[in-house]
Design a protein. Sequence first.
Length: 359
Amino acid sequence: MEALIKNIKADGKLLAAILDCSSESLFKSLINKAAIIKEKYCGNVVYLRGLIEYSNICRKNCYYCGIRRDNKTIVRYTVKEDEIINTAKIAYEKKYGSIVIQSGERNDKEFIKTIDRIIRKIKQVSNGKLGITLSVGEQSYDVYKMWYESGAHRFLLRIESSDEDLYKKIHPNDEVHSFINRLKALENLKKADYQTGTGVMIGLPFQTSEHLAKDLLFMKDFDIDMCGMGPYLEHHKTPLWEYRHLLKPQKERLNLTLKMVALLRILMKDINIAATTAMQTIEPEGRIKAIQAGANVLMPNITPAQYRDNYFLYENKPKTFEAPEDHLPHLGKKLKTVNHTIYYGTWGDSKHFFRKNGQ
Ligand code: 5AD
Ligand code: SF4
């Protein structure tokens, strides 16, 4: 078994075998190997991004997501412009260094203009010093470029699954949910000079280890700069709820996610990998475990309190404002116990991005 992880390389069969293997000692060795690589290439530091869930209005209808268009049981919201600017200002003052603006997907003119204005204003109130990552879905190249020129410099767009057949099983089969368009959007982000991040959900119904191995190879081939991946969590107001009997127990999905993080760190030594909220939903220590498995980015939720309850992608998502586990001194202490420190007040860019661009 241990032989499997001696020489980990971009080989689908090998990666799938590692993901499939239930040996505890293999699990531990894999995590250790990733931890050593991370320390060497990234250091034991954690970058922060204050996560602002800007709006739960979405034009899409993904089968797994609690804020999909057809879920009429949730209250839709958009954070007011002055509130988001103010939240960003607080993040800057608290030395987060960077924020992520995340939102359901819209591509109407008003949305595009508002995001542009928000980016410019945040740059103004932080003297250009707060880093801005966007996670607001598929847009045209021109829109991506405009936002880049206004000051956003990193973008996360999860491929969700790199296998076209699986992608089609978890999305409606129409123009709005086209796999090809999603790939094109990722290409356009690169072309528009963003540090580009993607990711997948882990433990989806119908998903096999071969699919996940393919996801890792996709990320390597695409030469991503950043990754955010997390366990799939079922939501009762979504079409995939019907297939919940096919799911692995949540704890297993978390462990599989940790293996994915470790494998990706081994395959892509200097990219940024986020320890995502969904991991913490399964287990309070989920994100810390991800940091130990090779992740180097944490995204504490800083969405203004009154909106929190409605960004409900999956069940049991932590909802309170400044949840104690997201309180920075608390996080700092927790990280110290696993030999990591928070790097305050920095953008925390992907080293990989600069290396591949010869800088
Ligand atoms: N479980 C886990 N992750 C989910 N996302 C959406 N719905 C779920 C779910 N039920 C993730 C998707 C999306 C990101 C914003 O949230 O990967 O890209
Ligand atoms: Fe909308 Fe994203 Fe949810 Fe799909 S996953 S329904 S695009 S918020």
